[in-house]
Write a protein of this length. Structure first.
Length: 342
């Protein structure tokens, strides 16, 4: 069964399952979940831990051997198997299904790895292990979910912070929950079991937010100008190649144009036809409501000129130009602003 990371602590305190599948691209949540499994296993007598990594050339026979080996020090075996690619392959799938059939109260299996898709979750090995254990998918949190997670961390440290203070922490560390955890730990050391003001938070923290181009696109489509500019600033400081953002903007323009054309007949948009999942539909609806055909044509012309200029390396400050382009998606008329040529 699937368990959300924020519910995992309550579940593992009730009982230890025979198997856990922990996957995702959010390191802080993964670390917390895996540490809770290790600590619970240790308290229940799983003193001996075998760690295996299914890299290229990995012998799956070693996993079978680990499940069958007996220790002089402990009768309970805890096996951690890392799948660096998130996929075990045909041989690994077969072995994992065999292992699933041999799991017993004295054998605990933890399988973990990076973010996986629905294709992996539909695999036989995954379903078999999920049926007898639990799966925990760890993805970056945003908005209300991130604020809830921050509040949970604050409660653990007996810190009292206003909603405005929580939002400040969220803004500082959005997209980087590991940094958020470190900053909250630091606040707990500086102000143990105290009420912490916004001024104290601002003085203690360092802006450690990290973003990617996909988050930038979603914020831009939603119409949040302040966050969009902040993300661009952060991406520039991290050295992201400007052409990657240009490519993403051109792709989104193409998607918006097709959706706008489809809306002309007045029929509801068939989102699946355009490959847009439910969690992103509101972003496109905001953009479509905000932009008319004339504005989309202006954006296309600006993107075409910018793409050519970027490839010719004739723009002195690429991220300023990218900011102008994003502002056009946000509905701002910037047609009279010249290109920043070198």
């Amino acid at each position: 069964m699937q368990i959300y990371p924020n519910q995992f602590f309550q579940d593992i305190n009730k009982n230890l399952r025979p198997c856990y599948l922990v996957f995702g691209d959010e390191p802080q949540q993964k670390f917390e979940v895996i540490e809770q499994i290790r600590q619970k296993a240790k308290t229940l007598g799983f003193e001996e831990r075998t760690v295996l990594v299914a890299e290229s050339g990995f012998s799956w026979a070693s996993l079978i051997e680990a499940t069958q080996s007996m220790s002089l020090f402990s009768s309970q075996q805890f096996i951690e198997l890392e799948l660096p690619t998130g996929k075990p392959g045909a041989e690994g799938s077969k072995v994992l299904q065999e292992v699933a059939a041999s799991l017993n109260p004295d054998l605990l299996l933890l399988v973990h790895g990076p973010k996986i898709g629905k294709d992996v979750q539909r695999g036989k090995w995954y379903k078999v292990l999920d049926d007898i254990g639990a799966s925990i998918l760890c993805y970056p949190l945003e908005g209300k979910q991130l604020n809830q997670w921050i509040n949970q961390q604050l409660v653990k440290h007996s810190l009292s912070i206003s909603p405005a203070g929580v939002k400040m922490i969220s803004d500082f560390c959005e997209g980087n929950m590991l940094a958020a955890k470190q900053e909250i730990d630091k606040l707990a050391l500086l102000f143990p079991s105290q009420t912490v003001s916004e001024t104290q938070i601002e003085q203690a923290m360092v802006d450690q937010s990290r973003y990617n181009v996909f988050q930038l696109i979603d914020v831009m489509l939603s119409g949040d100008a302040n966050r969009c500019i902040k993300m661009l600033y952060r991406l520039e400081s991290e050295g992201l190649e400007p052409n990657i953002i240009i490519w993403a903007l051109m792709r989104e323009w193409d998607q918006l144009w097709k959706l706008k054309v489809a809306m002309q007949d007045g029929a509801p948009i068939q989102w699946q036809k355009f490959g847009i999942w439910r969690n992103r539909q509101a972003f496109y609806q905001n953009a479509l409501h905000r932009l008319c055909f004339e504005q989309l044509e202006d954006i296309q012309n600006a993107l075409s000129k910018a793409d050519h200029a970027f490839k010719q390396n004739v723009i002195a400050r690429p991220y300023v130009e990218l900011c102008h382009l994003c502002m056009m998606f946000l509905g701002t008329d910037l047609r009279r602003i010249p290109f920043l040529s070198a």
